[in-house]
Ligand binder design. Sequence first.
Ligand code: HEC
Ligand code: HEC
Length: 234
Amino acid sequence: MNMMKTVVMGALLIGVGVTTSIVAQEVKDAEVTHINLNEGSSDKARIEKEDLGNKKSVTEESLGLRKTNLYDEVKAEGDKTDYTRPTAGTSTKFERAFTDAPPMIPHSVDGLLPITTTNNQCINCHMPDVAKSMGATPISETHFTNYRPHTVMKDGNVLKEGKVLGTELGNTSDIVIAKPTKTDTLYQGRFNCSQCHAPQSKTKTDVANTFRPDFGENTDKSKSTLLDTMNEGV
Ligand code: HEC
Ligand code: HEC
């Protein structure tokens, strides 16, 4: 037990020492309401340098992700991950990575992960009935909806939305839109929050990020609009 305590204390002290630049940005810029995670992550010069397609010759060093001699592991060391973040209630949220992207977790997840069938602390603060009083973003309405086709076995047949798969329906993709069913309880497929919402580490990536988000006409990068827009064009 004592050992455990020492280790935890050590981790805390390290946490204070390695103030990531995200945290620094928060402290410096009190008026920043949402941090742009994409900023600085897509470096044009680096992308060009790493693009092997336009080079006449390619060195072995540049072939691997680790960018060192492929026959020697001595210098092959990944960048450290650092998930240190302020505790829930004191962190600054991140901008969405693209329109209706799942928001990434801006606060510390110490003691919250892994989520298990009997321990999901995320819902204690994020369920819509409590979220406001906790200052947390309420879980999206989409998470209370089952978008999957209603599927049952009957007389040896698979019925999807009441139609027999294989005869009335060629395959599942013949179902254009399943009738969404909104329920009062969290949809089971959304229980494991960290499957989609992840904590973030300030890390040097092995390759440059070529992703460019397209927000279209959506100028608000701080909230979901999926429920309003999901049926557009249908
Ligand atoms: C003690 C309450 C609490 C717990 C437990 C908690 N959160 Fe939060 N969460 C918050 C608060 C408060 C915020 C708003 C930012 C802040 O104030 O730190 C937030 C922000 C977030 C956001 C960003 C939302 C946005 O609009 O950008 C996500 C995503 C999130 N939490 C996911 C999770 C997940 C997943 C878990 C479980 C692993 C979890 N939270 C556990 C209180 C909590
Ligand atoms: C299968 C992936 C997935 C899982 C699992 C999931 N989410 Fe989400 N979440 C999303 C996506 C995508 C969005 C953005 C679009 C939307 O609102 O549905 C979102 C949006 C949110 C938002 C922001 C709502 C807003 O109004 O901006 C919160 C808060 C949130 N989720 C919390 C949670 C929590 C807590 C859990 C676990 C109980 C969870 N989510 C499970 C994918 C997921």
